[in-house]
Design a protein around this ligand. Structure first.
Ligand code: HEC
Ligand code: HEC
Ligand code: HEC
Ligand code: HEC
Ligand code: HEC
Ligand code: HEC
Length: 497
């Protein structure tokens, strides 16, 4: 066969390079086509199509000039030619062919690179890429995400946001994370609060705009006590969410005070930002008030050394999407939705106990939950077990579901490691600052009036009541603990289990 390219190209290295390039290009094109026509391709196909194969393709292409270079050196050494630079002679048909091939090839490659890098960009921004690829590492966040109000919001809309700088930062961080995952050196659990999370103004506020919020929101909560009858207790709260737009309603409420009217800065002692020592408020007119904690008293020198932070959405909404529910909450919800049979004696307590057992793996947990609940009723309530075996089996499945949704033993993740600061029942939340614990030097206090943040409209045993009042009732604790709830922060007793 006649050689159609100049002889220097016919060296083993260049030819292997060429072959690699052609094969990987063919495969990329094929997979690309598959990706285009199929609705959902497997996540691993993407990483091959847009990351691994293109790298191999480039490697193959690089081998061609490398081979040429060494071939030329070899030829020079044996005195075949004395040229230093290649000479292109378009009158020579072989040169002409090589020239056309390379020009065409380059144009094609540039075009494919443009499409390919766009697809690669799109691909690495996809939720499946972030959530499902590194399955074990991201499973807790992905599972909770799919179950959240933000399930249709892409990971990158909160974690990266718009603009080039954060895009580059995130891809660089991402590259390290891939490395950490492959070499198995990632922390379990992933520590939070995330340092360097993009400020909420640039992420959350691209969709939510508290300045334009208004009004209060009714919120009904159902609880069940740990007694034999699983007694129901419910409360209706009017949440004074508020906002700040005079055209849409009076400027007031939680968002008004905390986000819009005031800039709030605080100094914290611990990594979780739960031990707050000092708070500084600056209102719209520039008046400044400082509050000092009585729970965590510090000297001025100590204060100067503490980290500070300006409060934003994430100081309250730190779990807008990855919510790891405390077991009592999940079980209350299942009872409220009739997924657990109220007629099973002590089911509230039994379910919670089964969930919080010490388990090393998910499989072990699912098995032992089954054993625990079944044995409990079989031994303690054989008659109930006989009559309501179906309910017991249903309870096992429901408790297993709760476990799978909220516990990730291989990553050491549960409600214990990721507090949710939006309320104050199981975590300090609002009571980090609003619990008779913050005073200014002239005696002002950050309010801890129950009715400043919400109004109790109805409460008591049984399902939610229809008779509501907006004058606000005084809270009555479901079980008699005297006045303790007024003086002891709720989360000291309510640990979630
Ligand atoms: C609605 C916005 C939002 C979306 C969408 C979102 N996250 Fe998050 N994510 C957050 C916030 C807020 C935090 C907690 C930040 C903190 O406490 O510092 C967080 C924390 C995390 C953490 C740290 C561990 C933890 O649980 O705190 C990981 C990992 C994570 N997200 C991964 C993902 C993945 C993967 C997706 C997509 C499947 C995703 N996130 C979607 C807002 C979001
Ligand atoms: C890409 C748009 C988008 C971004 C970014 C976004 N959200 Fe949302 N968020 C939504 C949508 C849409 C809903 C309503 C979902 C529904 O009601 O079904 C929502 C709902 C909410 C709710 C109400 C949830 C509930 O239980 O009713 C809160 C609180 C919230 N978002 C906070 C945040 C915070 C905090 C951030 C930033 C970390 C954020 N969001 C970022 C689109 C977004
Ligand atoms: C001081 C704490 C705090 C801060 C800061 C805060 N929020 Fe909220 N937000 C709340 C509370 C409390 C609610 C009511 C939750 C409920 O329904 O129980 C709420 C409700 C919401 C809702 C749901 C509104 C509705 O009517 O259902 C959205 C969306 C929201 N906040 C977004 C934001 C965004 C975006 C920011 C940052 C600009 C922000 N919040 C800052 C405490 C806060
Ligand atoms: C870092 C400390 C801190 C945290 C945490 C915090 N707040 Fe505040 N809050 C303040 C400060 C400071 C003020 C303003 C006090 C003043 O007027 O001088 C304030 C004021 C308010 C007000 C207005 C009260 C009034 O006097 O009428 C509301 C409502 C409010 N916060 C709700 C919340 C809610 C809801 C949460 C939890 C989701 C929360 N705050 C968490 C520091 C905090
Ligand atoms: C600084 C604001 C603030 C103060 C003060 C406050 N709460 Fe709350 N409370 C909240 C918020 C915010 C939630 C809603 C949490 C959520 O969205 O899940 C809440 C929720 C609740 C709930 C429902 C519990 C749950 O999370 O299921 C009860 C009950 C309650 N509060 C009682 C009280 C009582 C009693 C007091 C007075 C001792 C009080 N609160 C003071 C902000 C406050
Ligand atoms: C001294 C300890 C203690 C304090 C402080 C306390 N509680 Fe309780 N609370 C209990 C006990 C004990 C129960 C009964 C638990 C059960 O039957 O499972 C209970 C039950 C409840 C329940 C219904 C059961 C459930 O699912 O959680 C609610 C709601 C509740 N408390 C709200 C609050 C609120 C809000 C505060 C703070 C304002 C508070 N409690 C402070 C001890 C306490």
């Amino acid at each position: 066969m006649r050689n159609r390219l100049p002889d220097v190209y016919y060296n083993p290295v260049s030819m292997i390079g060429g072959a690699i390039a052609i094969v990987s290009l063919g495969t990329v094109l094929f997979l690309f086509f598959v990706d285009l026509i199929s609705e959902r391709t497997a996540i691993y196909v993407g990483i091959i199509t847009y990351i691994i194969l293109p790298s191999i393709l480039v490697l193959g292409l690089l081998l061609i000039p490398i081979g040429v270079y060494f071939q030329r050196r070899r030829e020079r050494k044996f005195g075949k030619r004395d040229l230093n630079l290649p000479r292109i002679d378009l009158n020579d048909p072989r040169h002409r062919f090589a020239f056309s091939l390379f020009s065409l090839g380059t144009i094609l490659l540039l075009l494919l690179t443009a499409i390919g890098s766009y697809r690669a960009y799109e691909y690495t921004d996809r939720t499946e890429f972030c959530g499902a690829l590194c399955h074990e590492v991201m499973e807790p966040e992905y599972v909770t995400y799919l179950d959240s109000p933000h399930a249709r919001v892409r990971c990158v809309d909160c974690h990266v946001g718009p603009g080039a700088t954060w895009f580059v930062r995130s891809k660089l961080d991402g590259a390290y994370q891939v490395y950490a995952t492959i070499s198995d050196i990632y922390p379990r659990p992933i520590p939070t609060p995330i340092e360097n999370l993009r400020p909420a103004q640039e992420t959350c506020e691209t969709c939510h705009w508290p300045l334009h919020f208004y009004g209060d929101k009714k919120r009904v909560e159902n609880y069940f006590l740990s007694d034999r009858n699983n007694t129901q207790w419910s409360i209706s709260l009017l949440m004074r969410t508020g906002g700040g737009m005079t055209e849409t309603g009076p400027a007031e409420g939680i968002h008004w005070h905390m986000n819009i009217a005031n800039t709030i800065e605080y100094a914290y002692i611990d990594q979780q930002r739960e031990e707050i020592a000092w708070v500084r408020v600056e209102d719209m007119d520039g008046n400044v008030t400082e509050y000092f904690s009585t729970d965590y008293p510090v000297t001025n020198e100590e204060l100067a050394d503490l980290d500070t932070r300006v409060m934003d959405c994430m100081d309250c909404h730190n779990r807008p999407t990855h919510v790891f529910e405390p077991p009592v909450r999940s079980v209350n919800n299942s009872l409220a939705f009739n997924q657990l049979d109220h007629e099973l004696p002590y089911i509230r307590r039994v379910a919670v106990d089964a969930i919080v057992g010490e388990y090393l793996t998910k499989d072990e947990a699912l098995e032992e939950i089954d054993e625990y609940i079944t044995n409990y009723y079989r031994t303690n309530y054989p008659r109930v077990y006989g009559e309501r075996q179906v309910s017991v089996e249903q309870a096992v499945r429901e408790v297993q579901r709760i476990y799978s949704r909220n516990f990730f033993p291989t990553m050491n993740v549960s409600w214990r490691v990721y507090p949710n600061q939006i309320g104050h029942l199981e975590y300090p939340g609002c009571f980090r600052c609003h619990a008779n614990n913050m005073f200014s030097p002239d005696g002002k206090e950050i309010s801890s009036e129950c009715n400043d943040c919400h109004i109790v409209m109805a409460q008591g045993e049984g399902p939610p009541r229809r008779q509501l009042t907006i004058d606000g009732l005084e809270f009555e604790h479901p079980v008699d603990i005297g006045d303790a709830w007024k003086y002891v922060a709720c989360h000291t007793c309510h640990t979630g289990s």
